[in-house]
Design a binder for this molecule. Structure first.
Ligand code: HEM
Length: 523
């Protein structure tokens, strides 16, 4: 046996074997531990995966539970919302409420109305009939179509109903406006405005109106690319409002600036009545304040102008008419009326002007006929319009008017409860009136005096409303549209710049979704 000495330690063969055995034991143990460790890692991994799956599963279950609870909550709140409105029916009246849906809590069907446009009313009218209920812009609303129903609403002003625009419109326009006044106050305001839109006044406005229309059409024709007709029509009517209603000569830059603020006011007139930062109502109020500040400056300058320098615009007529009627108009009233008149004239006339161009594009036969008529009257190319050419009427499209029921009354077999809003529909009434043959067809001849379809049943054709709330600016609007028609037909050629005609949108007023792109040239 070999023996090796390391100091005091003696290395023998036996020790060597024992050492080897110990080392191999250790090796096995290490291997085992290593294997165990990897087994442990796998097990831990499995466990972790299991726990992860479990946590995913429980997250899924939690999410599902939350969704189901939210759905149940929504369904219950919708039911309670519907019940809340069913319960406000007038119990003294035996008649049922009109059919229809009140939509979702608080917002009602406002978003459906905003996104679906005219389809909103059409689909519900087809489903529920000419008188149906809904909930828009924070109020329960009854939508009314049909000559007989409209007659009752328009002639029932101050008795069955009184005008009431959505709350946002009332707040933004202000309490001193014609549309927001009722009773004697309304009567007196109309008396003052009657002079503003009298025949004599309109004749005074005509030369300036023609000048504005001509200069805007010149811009359309000099445009190298297509013109966005709706934007151009809005610019046209804003120029008319500034020049004819306010009698102002302004730099183009200033008109564009004012029209942008005005656009912001219009865009937010129909919004939820919530005055919060970034809300539509807040934006509308801000625009109104800016316009009022501007109007105040203009009005002060106007009032101070010597009589000899005045050239009689709608505003001058209003001031002199107020004097004649011994009514003092405060600065606030003047500012609100100025903005109201621009609002009433601007969108309606811009919408109708765009529809007019669209219909002329669609119906070259009608244009040819009109051109021959203008030629026979000596009105082509010299474009000196006179009142004799203002005979024809076109299919105007304005949505309708807003009222509130002053008492519960019956309409088409249903009860209209006191306090609910009533919205009468002009467009739907025109489109569904039996007196019009193929109402979807643009046919100006239907209004020719011999067989004027609109004369059959007074309330079948109400583009300017009716009764004591009918449009005060009707004659001015017709004069603007006819001047535009005469100028365009007499001096221009035009072609559609897109492959197809655009779809129409109805909120806040009828207009083509893409604005309608058209190339204009002088003929
Ligand atoms: C194509 C153009 C126009 C159309 C289709 C139109 C249509 C209407 C309609 C339907 C109403 C009645 C609303 C209701 O029943 O509540 C109305 C009222 C009114 N319109 Fe027009 N309008 C047009 C142009 C104008 C113009 C140019 C002005 C003035 C410059 C104007 C001023 C007014 C005013 C002040 C009222 C409120 C009358 C009141 O409440 O007594 N409109 N308009």
């Amino acid at each position: 046996m070999r023996t090796i000495h390391f100091g005091d330690f003696v290395w023998t063969e036996t020790i060597k074997h024992e050492f080897r055995a110990a080392v191999s034991d250790l090796d096995v143990q290490l291997k085992l531990e290593k294997r165990n460790a990897s087994v442990c890692t796998v097990a831990r991994g499995c466990l972790e995966m299991f726990l992860l799956e479990l946590s995913h599963l429980s997250a899924l279950v939690t999410a599902l539970t939350s969704v189901v609870s939210a759905l149940i909550l929504l369904a219950v709140s919708k039911q309670l919302w519907t019940f809340r409105w069913t319960n406000t029916r007038d119990k003294e009246c035996k008649l049922p409420l009109p059919n229809g849906s009140m939509g979702w809590p608080l917002v009602g069907e406002t978003f459906h109305w905003l996104f679906q446009g005219s389809n909103f009313h059409i689909s519900r009218r087809e489903k529920h009939g000419n008188v149906f209920k809904t909930h828009l812009l924070g109020k329960p609303v009854i939508r009314v179509t049909g000559a007989e129903n409209i007659r009752k609403i328009l002639l029932g002003e101050h008795n069955l109903v009184c005008t009431q625009w959505p709350q946002s419109t009332r707040i933004i326009l202000g309490p001193n406006t014609l549309v927001n006044s009722i009773g004697d106050l309304h009567k007196n305001k109309r008396k003052i405005l009657a002079k503003v839109f009298s025949r004599g006044a309109l004749e005074m406005y005509l030369p300036r109106l023609q000048a504005v229309v001509k200069s805007e059409i010149a811009k359309w024709c000099s445009e190298p690319g297509p013109v966005d007709v709706y934007a151009a029509a809005k610019s046209l009517t804003f120029h008319i409002a500034v020049r004819i209603l306010l009698g102002l000569k302004m730099e183009e830059k200033r008109i564009v600036y004012l029209s942008q603020i005005f656009e912001q006011l219009i865009n937010n007139l129909f919004s939820l009545p919530i005055d919060a930062p970034m809300s539509g109502l807040r934006k509308g109020i801000k625009a109104r304040e800016m316009l009022h500040a501007c109007m105040e400056k203009i009005i002060k300058e106007k009032i101070q102008k010597p009589e000899s320098e005045k050239y009689y615009d709608a505003f001058d007529y209003m001031l002199s008419s107020a004097k004649e009627n011994r009514q003092e108009l405060s600065m606030q009233e003047l500012k609100e009326t100025a903005v109201e008149l621009i609002f009433a004239a601007h969108s309606t006339t811009a919408s109708a002007s765009t529809s007019l161009i669209l219909q002329l594009l669609r119906h070259p036969g009608v244009v040819e006929k009109a051109r021959i008529e203008l030629e026979s009257e000596g009105l082509v190319s010299n474009t000196q319009s006179n009142n004799s050419c203002y005979r024809k009427e076109n299919g105007l499209k304005v949505s309708g008017g807003y009222r509130t029921a002053l008492q519960t009354f019956e309409l088409d077999g249903y009860q209209i409860p006191k306090g609910w809003s009533v919205m009468y529909s002009i467009r739907d009434t025109h489109e569904t009136a039996a007196v019009f043959q193929s109402p979807e067809i643009f046919n100006p001849d239907r209004f020719r005096t011999k067989h004027d379809e609109s004369k059959t049943g007074r309330f079948n054709y109400v583009p300017f409303g009716g009764g004591i709330r009918s449009c005060v600016g009707k004659q001015l609007a017709q004069m603007i549209l006819k001047t535009l028609a005469v100028e365009v037909i007499g001096t221009c050629k035009w072609t559609l710049a897109t492959e197809n005609f655009p779809k129409m949108q109805t909120v806040p007023i009828v207009h083509p979704v893409n604005g309608l792109h058209v190339h204009f040239n002088y003929a």
